[in-house]
Structure formats: C-alpha cells, structure tokens
Ligand binder design. Structure first.
Ligand SMILES: [Zn+2]
Ligand SMILES: [Zn+2]
Length: 128
C-alpha cells in the first residue's frame, strides 16, 4: 500500500471523527466511514486511530464503566459528561472557576496547570 493512499485514508478517518458530534468507538466510526468509503477496512481504521492518537491529533478515552475505547476529536484538555445509561460522552466546555482552583492550590499546596472533570448521570436521550 502506498504512502499516499495511507495518508488519504488517515485524512478520511480524521475528517469523519471531526464531522461527528460524539466520541465514537472504532466500531461506530467504521460504520460511518462505510457509508462513504466502503473500501476502507476495519483493520485500516483501527491502525490509523492508534496512529492518530499517538500523533496527538485525537485523544483515546478508555471508559472505566465498560472498558470501551472511544475517540475524542478534541485533543485539548476539556471536561466530559458521561451517561451512565448509554455511555455517550458529551463535552463540557465549562471548568472550575479560577477561584476554586486557587482554593484547592492553597489548601493542598499545589500548582495546578490544568484539570479534567468527569460528570456522571443521565443524558437527554436517557431522561425521557
Ligand atoms: Zn444516555
Ligand atoms: Zn471530549
């Protein structure tokens, strides 16, 4: 397989992750990519996801509750809400106030550079 084709497939996979408003599993991505690029096989997708995560283009998240690996299109630090019913992950772009961070730093004698919070509960799809 040529390098050019590899690069193209990687770009398609990356574009697909970025187009989805979710944190897909490799399986979910595969099904989505199948719609437009049925020639791209599962092993290609798995291999490229691993590579993209190593390159820092995306982030790999392993869920504590079910051990399922999901992929995050946003590699920058941000917070998550995790639905305990369906396992969907939602980005929460609100963090702790600087006040709160300062209080924690003072209390424990820390210098906090960043934080990541996980909220758990029921998502809008599961509260109806
Ligand atoms: Zn849910
Ligand atoms: Zn996220």
């Amino acid at each position: 397989m040529s390098t050019k084709r590899n690069t193209l497939q990687r770009q398609i996979i990356l574009d697909t992750i970025r187009s989805l408003d979710m944190h897909p599993t490799a399986e979910e991505l595969y099904l989505e990519i199948q719609k437009s690029h049925p020639v791209i096989g599962k092993s290609t997708i798995y291999r490229n996801l691993k590579q993209l995560a190593e390159d820092g283009a995306i982030k790999q998240i392993v869920m504590d509750m079910d051990g399922v690996v999901r992929y995050d299109k946003n590699p920058a630090p941000h917070n998550h809400f995790i639905c305990e019913t369906c396992g969907r992950i939602f980005d929460i772009d609100m963090g702790l106030d600087d006040d709160v961070v300062g209080i924690i730093e003072d209390k424990y004698g820390l210098k906090i550079n960043r934080h990541a919070i996980e909220f758990f509960g029921a998502c809008p799809y599961c509260t109806v």
